[in-house]
Ligand binder design. Structure first.
Ligand code: PBG
Length: 325
């Protein structure tokens, strides 16, 4: 490379949009997105979430309507979170046959059958203390929580969920869920594990939406330390060994190094979750006129793709699909 310039002039390939499009390395399509949704009790309910403009808590009937629109935009799948009518210490609303998410899944598979329904498997929306498992002596106990999570996953699959996505970060939950599903004859249902999920401040708006903020303490004894990279690779490897079919890195933009490394080192299907706080930041800046709404949205998503995501869970799914159309 001693004579790099003037032989090499990288700008040659940037001279026109036609040329740029031929050498572009990553691209976006509505097929890259999964849209997260919050389902709540009632009928005709559509409660806007203040910190997530355009996102609402939806009753099952409104959820179905919303999902028809999502499917119509060419988005292949949704992930559903439930807001139960009652919460208790063991999060029983999460694994009832007629729980809110189970009802939502049944309705979606009946009314919008082509749309992939991913069930988020966690207890934090269903426990009165807001933690992702069973609490004893002020901390979440691992193995008892795993048992309830496996029960939750099974109830979601029995309701018709196409994919199970455990987001709790307990040790061993992927293996336990796999075993329970296989035993019940659901060996074909894939697991998308939230493998590298960090204890992030960027989940704030989600916890308003799902009313799932921990009532004491925080999630740092089970979600990962934002400082750690090597540990993320370990978590991802363990989840793959336990039978995860796809892995996820969450949040997305602040953790692109982890996504890139996982993708290049392990070469497995990988998702990234552009979380509520990432969405809220971009929306807020756009609303203030500080960022161009469409360009910043598409750039954020494109960069997540470039870093290695096969697909992106994003609250921008509908907006981005419309913009890309
Ligand atoms: C449940 C769960 C959370 C998110 C996805 N699944 C919240 C949390 O761990 O506190 C966050 C998603 C977002 O911020 O958009 N455990």
């Amino acid at each position: 490379m001693a004579v790099a310039f003037p032989v090499h002039r990288p700008r040659r390939l940037r001279g026109s949009e036609a040329l740029r499009s031929l050498v572009r390395e990553a691209g976006l399509s509505p097929l890259d997105f999964v849209y997260p949704l919050f389902v709540c009790p009632g009928e005709g309910v559509r409660v806007p979430i203040e910190s997530m403009p355009g996102v609402c808590n939806l009753s099952v009937d409104c959820l179905v309507e919303e999902c028809r629109e999502v499917a119509g935009l060419g988005i292949p799948g949704v992930i559903v979170f439930g807001i139960p009518p009652r919460k208790d210490a063991l999060g029983t609303g999460g694994y009832e046959e007629c729980g809110i998410v189970q009802e939502a899944i049944r309705a979606l598979k009946r009314e919008v059958p082509g749309l992939l329904v991913i069930a988020d498997t966690c207890l934090c929306e269903y426990t009165d203390h807001g933690h992702c498992g069973v609490v004893e002596d002020g901390d979440v106990v691992n193995d008892a929580s795993v048992e309830l999570l496996a029960r939750t996953a099974l109830s979601q699959v029995m309701a018709g969920a196409d994919v199970i996505a455990p987001s709790d970060m307990m040790d061993g939950r992927v293996g336990a869920i796999r075993a329970v599903l296989d035993q019940a004859g659901f060996e074909r249902v894939p697991i998308l594990s939230y493998a590298a999920k960090y204890a992030s401040s960027f989940y704030g708006p989600f916890r308003d939406a799902a009313q799932s903020a921990p009532q004491f303490g925080d999630r740092r004894s089970y979600q990962m330390d934002p400082a750690n990279h090597r540990e993320a690779m370990k978590e991802i490897r363990l989840d793959l060994e336990e039978g995860a079919d796809m892995i996820m890195v969450k949040p997305a933009m602040p953790y692109l190094d982890v996504l890139y490394h996982a993708k290049t080192a392990l070469d497995v299907p990988a998702a990234a979750y552009q979380v509520s706080g990432e969405f809220a930041m971009l929306k807020a800046a756009a609303r203030n006129g500080w960022l161009d709404p469409e360009r910043s949205m598409l750039e954020s998503l494109l960069c997540i793709k470039r870093a290695g995501a096969d697909f992106i869970l994003t609250y921008f799914a509908k907006d981005a699909a419309r913009t890309l159309a």
